[in-house]
Design a protein around this ligand. Structure first.
Ligand SMILES: Nc1ncnc2c1ncn2[C@@H]1O[C@H](COP(=O)(O)OP(=O)(O)OP(=O)(O)O)[C@@H](O)[C@H]1O
Length: 256
């Protein structure tokens, strides 16, 4: 089988996923098509429960699709056994989550170094330290290298988590609501940090509920009915009504 877009880092063709183990099988993804190239930034919006995290976990090889095809660098990895998936996961992907998952008793630098220890075999100490500091530098928190997470703000912790994702030089960053626990200003900084990584050729898939963050990506897609749809300028949310009780960040149809 050949890729329809040989330049793509990631190509998903008609990917499907149905949840089983319940009374009725429940289709979550019904035919997802997506191509991500080096340096691409893609935002995925969608109503809660629409399947955004499920899709990211398929892309990040934490789970497998039931149908369709998944090509990585043009190679079909739809049915990869777990051992090979684990190796690809650490070689190809960086993950950033809403919760930072930093180890409290380790410094920022040690947290980042953990990704190297776990993923890249043995590296000489000096080389490891240089990589860690370069990653912290890239996200603007090198000066906090010796601080432990409890002494860092939420935004600083998330940037350390991004450094941890970047230190292995992933081809694609997968970010699942990375600003969900942050205030708007800090969230903006974190999104800028992620976007900056794409300038160095990394692909970025950002799952978010925040239209303002989404629109800073090159492409905005909406997951609805189990498939991805382009969100065009016409779909932009209107200005929020003053004093209205806002329960969603988007008007119907945009963020769902
Ligand atoms: N392990 C699981 N077992 C049962 N149901 C699950 C499981 N994982 C996800 N689901 C269900 O699948 C659907 C999609 O979940 P998913 O977390 O992918 O949605 P989401 O769009 O990321 O939601 P949110 O924006 O709230 O994070 C939801 O209805 C969820 O309840």
């Amino acid at each position: 089988m050949t890729a329809s877009d040989p330049q793509a880092l990631i190509e998903l063709i008609g990917l499907t996923k149905t949840l089983r183990g319940q009374k009725e099988p429940r289709p979550i993804l019904t035919g997802v098509d997506l191509a991500v190239h080096a340096g691409d930034s893609v935002a995925i919006l969608g109503r809660s429960g629409s399947g955004k995290s499920t899709l990211l976990s398929l892309i990040g090889l934490f789970d497998r699709a039931d149908g369709g095809r998944y090509l990585l660098h043009g190679r079909d990895i739809t049915r990869l056994p777990e051992r090979k998936a684990a190796a690809l996961r650490s070689a190809e992907f960086g993950f950033v989550f809403q919760r930072f998952f930093l180890l409290k008793h380790l410094t920022a630098a040690q947290n980042v170094a953990m990704a190297l220890v776990n993923g890249q075999g043995w590296l000489p100490r000096r080389k490891r330290k240089a990589k860690v500091m370069a990653a912290l530098e890239k996200v603007g928190v090198a000066h906090l290298a010796k601080h432990r997470p409890p002494r860092l703000s939420g935004g600083e912790q998330q940037r350390v988590a991004i450094a941890r994702a970047l230190v292995r030089e992933p081809k694609v960053l997968l970010a699942d609501e990375p600003t969900g626990a942050l205030d708007t200003e800090t969230g903006n900084l974190v999104v800028s940090t992620l976007y900056e990584a794409t300038r160095q050729g990394c692909g970025l898939i950002l799952v978010t509920h925040d239209w303002d963050h989404a629109r800073r990506m090159n492409r905005v897609l909406r997951l609805t009915g189990g498939t991805l749809h382009e969100v065009g300028d016409d779909d932009r949310p209107v200005e929020p009504v003053a004093n209205a009780e806002v329960t969603q960040e988007f008007p119907a149809g945009v963020g769902s």
